[in-house]
Design a protein around this ligand. Structure first.
Ligand code: HEM
Length: 497
């Protein structure tokens, strides 16, 4: 069995040596009956007016998660931080699974994440709606209701499965046609972006754009680059000082990207992609979209194209990496796929039967979670890890990165063991992580599409190639969501038929 390279070897985690959480501070030992005051929550060293801002002088946004891990090691399972008092919110960071359960139990019909005023401002600066991710309250609720009707309805997601499988088969052919002498595809990162773009277009624009069969046009490159740039640009805007309020250039870059996407998407998709548009379904999505005001329609489409490319691209890279490093697991999965294909055609429904495939995807997301965790502005006072946290505080549960390789929750935590998801789970591990898609009514609306795309990709690629990886080990790199630190340059050895 191959160990999924844990960056510094045993006992280390994401490049940081793991220390046990402080004794007596684990949530299970804490009496909720007598909560300690909010002011007693541990904090990193701070200066009277400057908070912890001085810590961010040489801040490397891509390593943000390492900062969070280090603070947890120094301060225990809960801490709070105010980067610049009066300018940035106080954020409570917790890794306790009890706290996660409590956050999940609050039933808010209109949950709020941390505010993304910068995104709203960037979009509004050129007359574009803020989008579902950046608004709150009634406005969010109305938009989200329309979106859920289509995006979270399994039947409607399954309608696109055939086309998603076609995209992934085209991608397998693309790989086959572009292999070099080392059996690698030069610039495989761009190739994966093409796959993710094409797969997102299937359900967002209900169009095949042909990016896997022809040259990628400049316009498509701009769309793809913009969607990844926007996410990377989020990090300092979200976690850093709110300089964007005073220095517009910071936000102008984001606006420019958003603006380009808007023009390219809505002015003329055929001209944009320089190819004949091939409608694929035209079933519910466009009709549904028409129910909301025009400005919101545009923003919903941009949100989904923006939200649906980089995310699945990274999820796919991590999955291929885990399978490439664990050839015997790869073989078990290939066997499941081959058996399945003898009996059944690929459809949204039949794909649900591939249990080992789902287990591989879950195990990948345990080892390489795509997000830090689960964040909410809590709608009422809550006792977290024994402290009274007042209503309206922004709380970030970072169990995804603190607990995912902790043996208190997962046996042999550094091993890639999809089998652990096939048997009944240890109850203690249930709330260790919030999962990559968030939780509750504000959970990612694209999750079913993302999983369908990923499942189709693994079926199409494993059916055709044995996959290996011979470069530097992947680490997590924070780009609002987690991306692989290395180029996803895999070796594809065609299988004999
Ligand atoms: C593996 C892929 C993906 C991951 C890991 C991911 C992760 C997330 C997470 C963690 C959230 C916040 C949820 C919360 O606060 O509880 C979110 C929200 C969102 N995601 Fe995804 N996502 C993925 C794919 C997609 C796709 C394919 C789309 C679009 C088609 C999409 C569109 C969105 C949108 C629009 C929101 C904002 C929802 C709201 O605020 O109501 N995501 N996503």
């Amino acid at each position: 069995m191959h160990r999924i390279v844990n960056q510094l070897g045993k006992g280390s985690y994401n490049g940081i040596n793991r220390l046990p959480v402080r004794r007596g501070q684990t949530a299970t030992h804490i009496q909720d009956l007598e909560p300690k005051p909010f002011s007693a929550i541990p904090e990193p060293r701070k200066l009277p007016l400057l908070g912890t801002a001085f810590d961010y002088r040489k801040f490397e946004p891509k390593q943000f998660h390492k900062r969070v891990l280090k603070r947890h090691q120094e301060l225990g399972p809960i801490y709070k931080e105010t980067v610049l008092p009066g300018m940035t919110p106080t954020i409570v960071f917790t890794s306790s699974s009890d706290d996660l359960q409590k956050m999940l139990k609050i039933h808010a019909s209109m949950p709020q994440r941390g505010e993304m005023k910068f995104l709203k401002k960037a979009r509004e600066s050129f007359g574009f709606h803020g989008g579902v991710a950046s608004v709150n309250g009634e406005e969010w609720y109305k938009m989200r209701k329309q979106i859920n009707e289509h995006f979270l309805n399994t039947e409607s997601v399954w309608t696109y499965a055939k086309e998603h499988y076609e995209v992934s088969k085209d991608f397998a052919d693309f790989i086959q046609n572009n292999l070099n002498e080392e059996n690698e595809v030069p610039d495989f990162r761009l190739a994966m972006q093409r796959w993710a773009f094409e797969a997102a277009c299937v359900f967002v624009l209900e169009t095949r754009c042909g990016t896997l069969s022809g040259e990628v046009t400049e316009n498509v490159k701009v769309i793809i680059d913009s969607t990844s740039d926007i996410l990377v640009g989020f990090v300092p805007l979200f976690f850093g000082l709110p300089l964007w309020k005073y220095f517009p250039p910071k936000i102008l870059r984001l606006s420019k990207r958003q603006y380009l996407i808007k023009c390219l998407l809505f002015e003329d998709i055929e001209k944009t992609c320089s190819m004949k548009r091939t409608p694929v379904i035209y079933q519910g999505w466009r009709k549904l979209c028409m129910k909301v005001p025009l400005l919101q329609q545009e923003s919903i489409l941009a949100d989904f194209l923006g939200g649906g490319i980089v995310t699945t691209q990274h999820a796919a890279a991590f999955a291929l990496y885990c399978l490439a490093n664990n050839p015997e697991k790869q073989e078990v999965l290939r066997k499941e796929i081959k058996e399945f294909k003898k009996k059944d055609n690929i459809s949204g429904k039949t794909l649900q039967g591939l249990k080992y495939l789902h287990a591989c995807v879950r195990e990948t997301q345990r080892l390489f979670p795509l997000t830090l965790g689960f964040s909410r502005i809590i709608p009422k006072d809550l006792i977290l890890s024994g402290y009274l946290v007042p209503k309206d505080t922004l709380v970030l549960n970072v169990g995804n990165i603190m607990n995912n390789r902790d043996e208190r929750f997962f046996k042999d935590p550094d091993e890639f063991l999809p089998e652990r998801w096939l048997t009944s789970r240890e109850p203690s591990s249930r709330f260790a992580m919030s999962g990559s898609f968030g939780q509750g009514p504000r959970m990612c609306p694209g999750r079913r599409f993302a999983m369908q795309e990923l499942n189709c990709l693994l079926v199409a690629l494993l059916d055709k190639f044995h996959i290996e990886y011979h470069h530097k080990p992947f680490e997590l790199e924070f780009q609002a969501l987690f991306a692989p630190s290395e180029d996803p340059q895999f070796t594809f050895i065609p299988l004999e038929k």
